[in-house]
Design a binder for this molecule. Structure first.
Ligand code: ZN
Length: 139
């Protein structure tokens, strides 16, 4: 069993116009965070949401245009092939409050995004290919 100790919390903002996942990953690397829980909130200009087709074992991508609120997210930070990897799921809302949800992908363009990261201390979980699901999962 792997256990962690919470090291510290981080609050930071992502740059206007940046790609959400790229900017987030860059900031985590800059801060040396390799394991953790995270959540982001704010707004994006447009987004990419992915859906994993379990039968075809492939992601399907959906582009959502127009300004969107980030209504909810949940995510984690671990390693994939030795590199910091962010896994983030999001619910996005339009001006009518209609929502879309899924695995957040790139490009997703930041309008104003605030991140909250709980950094965990301990050996970060490593993702590796899982032939049963076709996904990169924790060992
Ligand atoms: Zn996912």
């Amino acid at each position: 069993m792997v256990q962690f100790v919470m090291l510290k919390g981080h609050l930071f903002r992502l740059p206007y116009g940046s790609d959400l996942l790229e900017a987030l990953t860059e900031e985590l690397k800059r801060r040396g965070i390799r394991a953790g829980f995270l959540s982001v909130m704010g707004a994006v200009k447009e987004a990419t949401l992915l859906y994993y087709d379990q039968g075809k074992r492939a992601y399907r991508s959906r582009r959502i245009k127009g300004g969107l609120e980030i209504a909810s997210t949940v995510g984690n930070i671990s390693l994939r092939e030795g590199e910091v990897f962010v896994h983030l799921h999001a619910v996005l809302a339009d001006e009518e409050g209609r929502t879309w949800g899924g695995h957040l992908g790139s490009p997703t363009e930041v309008f104003a995004v605030e991140a909250f990261v709980l950094e965990l201390q301990g050996e970060p979980p490593e993702r590796s290919y899982d032939p049963l699901t076709g996904l990169y999962l924790w060992r």
